[in-house]
Design a protein around this ligand. Structure first.
Ligand SMILES: C[N+](C)(C)CCCC[C@H](N)C(=O)O
Ligand SMILES: O=C(O)CCC(=O)C(=O)O
Ligand SMILES: [Fe+2]
Length: 372
């Protein structure tokens, strides 16, 4: 249990060093303290916004302070007075603050149907516990199934909205697709698609992709294939650090071209947080790669070697989870992490779904208290 009471405060240089009941000690610089004054002229507590421009924060010094177990009162050289609650200050222990902001994905390999919840749609839409189950699984595994949904685009839309709202793209908001070539893309055929992330050519790739098989008649095939992109990246880092390094630093260009449209975006295939080294985004799509020029033969050869190394993990059947999507089950996956594909198929297969922006689904997860 975190003990947030203040046991003692000492002035050190221009800072206050605060000792808390649980033994931790945090040092607060005077510029930070003045910036974080929560009085009504420094902070709009109704909108949670600062009331001062950073250039208007007075460069005042601490003249005196008083404290009890619950707060510190500071008097400044310009006569301003500030009060800091112990509970507020205790949040800024750097290690705990940083750690609390980390997403903690559980990496997986192969079939994980025993781990992924199948949340009844009513539970998801009407209860906090149902919503928590859905978002927790997205945070943990990057996949979740919502079941008992009517096999219609309208019913699917209700689910997409509850996940954070529909992200509009050139493919539309809610889309429905089959083998009719409504867009210049292989998804709109019956050809097999090896596992990939969508939207590698957008500056804002979709956060979630939602797929609902509305029907599959008079045919076979069309199995869904999922693989954990983070697992492959982690293995690559262990087994071929050079390839991992290349894919985290080289800007690979991807493109989407159809009549009246030309999207292109250049970024690393594996994005890591440069401070914490956490995996942030996988941007892997072998089909949507642009034709590129290289600065040297070494770079060109590294490109092929490292992409193939990573592709081997993703194509390895023992890393993949395969299943047949059925009407009624809405599959939701994290497009920043999980790769999806399908086997070729025959017959009439109709899929409905949408994208959801990452910012929007993380907002829902945060509002449910699942992340910082
Ligand atoms: C999902 N939906 C059928 C609308 C579009 C598919 C986009 C496919 C594109 N090659 C990509 O990977 O981004
Ligand atoms: O047909 C499928 O199951 C998925 C196709 C695909 O990759 C997509 O729509 O993004
Ligand atoms: Fe796709």
């Amino acid at each position: 249990m975190v003990n947030e009471t203040i046991e003692g405060v000492i002035a050190v240089d221009r800072a206050l060093e605060v000792n808390f009941g649980d033994g931790k000690s945090i040092r607060f610089e005077d510029c930070w303290l003045r910036d974080h004054c929560r009085c009504s002229s420094c902070y709009h507590s109704d909108t949670f916004q600062r009331a001062h421009h950073i250039l208007d924060i007075p460069d005042a010094t601490i003249v005196s302070f008083e404290n009890d177990k619950t707060k510190i009162e500071v008097t400044w050289s310009d006569d301003h007075k500030s009060e800091y609650a112990a509970e507020f200050l205790s949040k800024f222990d750097f290690k705990r603050w940083k750690e609390g902001r980390k997403l903690k994905p559980i990496l997986w390999q192969g079939a994980i149907d025993d781990k992924i919840p199948k949340v009844p749609v009513k539970e998801f839409l009407t209860s906090v516990e149902g919503a928590r189950r859905v978002f927790q699984s997205l945070l943990d595994y990057g996949v979740v199934l919502v079941v008992g949904v009517d096999a219609s685009l309208e019913a699917t839309e209700v689910v997409c909205k509850a996940l954070g709202g529909v992200q509009h793209t050139i493919f539309g908001g809610m889309w429905q697709f089959t083998t009719r070539a409504d867009h210049a893309d292989t998804a709109y055929t019956n050809l097999p698609l090896a596992v990939h992330n969508d939207n590698t050519y957008f500056t804002e790739a979709a956060g979630l992709q939602i797929l609902h098989c509305l029907e599959h008649k008079n045919g076979a095939g069309g199995e869904t294939i999922l693989v954990d992109g983070f697992y492959g990246a982690q293995e690559l880092k262990k087994e071929s650090p050079e390839d991992f390094k290349f894919l985290t630093t080289f800007n690979l260009e991807a493109e989407y071209i159809e009549d009246g449209h030309h999207h292109t975006y250049s970024a690393p295939v594996i994005r890591v947080d440069n401070e914490t080294q956490e995996l942030v985004q996988i941007r892997f799509n072998v089909y949507d790669r642009s034709a590129m020029a290289f600065r040297s033969s070494v770079e060109c050869r590294s490109y092929y070697r490292s992409l193939r190394s990573l592709a081997k993990y993703y194509q390895d059947p023992s890393n993949q989870w395969r299943f047949k999507l059925k009407p009624g089950t809405v599959m939701i996956m994290d497009n920043f992490r999980v790769l999806h594909g399908r086997t070729g198929f025959s017959g009439s297969r109709v899929l409905g779904g949408s994208y959801v922006a990452r910012s929007d689904w993380l907002d829902k997860a945060r509002a449910l208290g699942l992340i910082h």
